[in-house]
Design a protein around this ligand. Structure first.
Ligand code: NAX
Length: 332
């Protein structure tokens, strides 16, 4: 039998946590043959609720779930974990300054970085979901210098999946036949959803470009982009709660593809440490198109970037540079 993989979920008593932990325990994250042990972390005010989630996990009798650690102790939560999904954070509340929210998250991610660095399994892979996701991941990277930078990422797969969904709805094709959209940059409203290389597989088996099939550049360069950028707000308006099941599902997609690989000819979007590819400043956590193999991502190289796209790549990079400066100013 395979050894169980230990998966940490922080903020596990929250909305996304509640949707995510059953997916992990069912094998959505690592496949139907991989046993898992769940490590769930939350803060003391949520301890009782976290224990309730643990009770439900027991009640669900998941065959793949070999153990549950539910704790408010960061060290206990991080010990021996192979995968860490960081969903816990400090949300922006009405009337709060951006700097105050940043400052709270910087201190959370600094502390959790140290705990992961000291206590996680060697080669632990980290996915940051909590906002500001890119910058939280950057802080985590800075304060866990012994974790390889290749192992630290943030979630933009939800935005990627939203873009696939919009194209699928517009063309009235199955979402599984749409591929190779790209989310560039920050998981914020400056992100750039790019369809210039995206394709659809037609029933005949032929692959056609999304631009050609949609045949409406005005929509693709306008409403499509803003719909994807503002989808989170639209969900809040409709549900009076922010996206949870789609975020949990995207987190599973992100880790699964990272660990098990992307299909031949398909790329996905991940927030990763920039090496300067596509003239994006090095040293930011920026969302790029990536393929994954043998547990490692690589940025897809050589895609053409037109003038329209260039401006959008730069705009979201500028925002991330500014966020990085704000985060650093919170450290001093
Ligand atoms: P909730 O407020 O429902 O849950 C957050 C949980 O984190 C709470 O249970 C809270 O007690 C816990 N928490 C707070 N500080 C903690 C700490 N220091 N250590 C451990 N746990 C801590 O929020 P939810 O809707 O689940 O969203 C979680 C995060 O995901 C938010 O930051 C949200 O902005 C972010 N999102 C990111 C997305 C992405 O695509 N990257 C999309 C969805 C979501 O908006």
């Amino acid at each position: 039998a395979q050894e169980p993989v230990r998966v940490l979920v922080t903020g596990a008593a929250g909305q996304i946590g509640y949707a995510l932990v059953p997916m992990i325990a069912r094998g959505v994250l690592l496949g139907p043959n991989q046993p898992v042990i769940l490590h769930m972390l939350d803060i003391p005010p949520a301890a009782e609720s976290l224990n309730g989630v643990k009770m439900e996990l027991v009640d669900a009798a998941f065959p793949l779930l070999k153990g549950v650690v539910a704790t408010t102790d960061v060290v206990e939560a991080c010990t021996g974990v192979n995968i860490a999904i960081m969903v816990g954070g400090f949300p922006r509340k009405e009337g709060m300054e951006r700097k105050d929210v940043m400052s709270k998250n910087v201190s959370i991610y600094k502390a959790q970085a140290s705990a992961l660095e000291k206590h996680a399994a060697a080669n632990c892979k980290v996915l940051v979901v909590a906002n500001p996701a890119n910058t939280n991941a950057l802080i985590l990277k800075e304060f866990a210098p012994s974790i390889p930078e290749k192992n630290i990422s943030c979630l933009t797969r939800l935005d990627h999946n939203r873009a696939l969904g919009q194209i699928s709805e517009r063309l009235n094709v199955q979402v599984s036949e749409v591929k190779n959209v790209i989310i560039w940059g920050n998981h914020s409203s400056t992100q750039y959803p790019d369809v210039n290389h995206a394709t659809v597989k037609l029933p005949s088996g032929e692959e056609k470009s999304v631009r050609e099939l949609v045949a409406d550049d005005e929509w693709l360069n306008g409403e499509f982009i803003t719909t994807v950028q503002q989808r989170g707000a639209a969900i809040i308006k409709a549900r009076k709660l922010s996206s949870a099941l789609s975020a949990a599902s995207a987190a599973c997609d992100h880790i699964r593809d990272w660990v098990l690989g992307t299909p031949e000819g398909t790329w996905v979007s991940m927030g990763v440490y920039s090496d300067g590819s596509y003239n994006v400043p090095a040293g930011l956590i920026y969302s790029f198109p990536v393929t994954c193999r043998n547990g490692e991502w690589s940025i897809v190289q050589g895609l053409s970037v037109d003038e329209f796209s260039r401006k959008k790549l730069d705009l979201t990079a500028e925002e991330l540079t500014e966020e990085k400066a704000l985060a650093y100013s919170c450290l001093s």
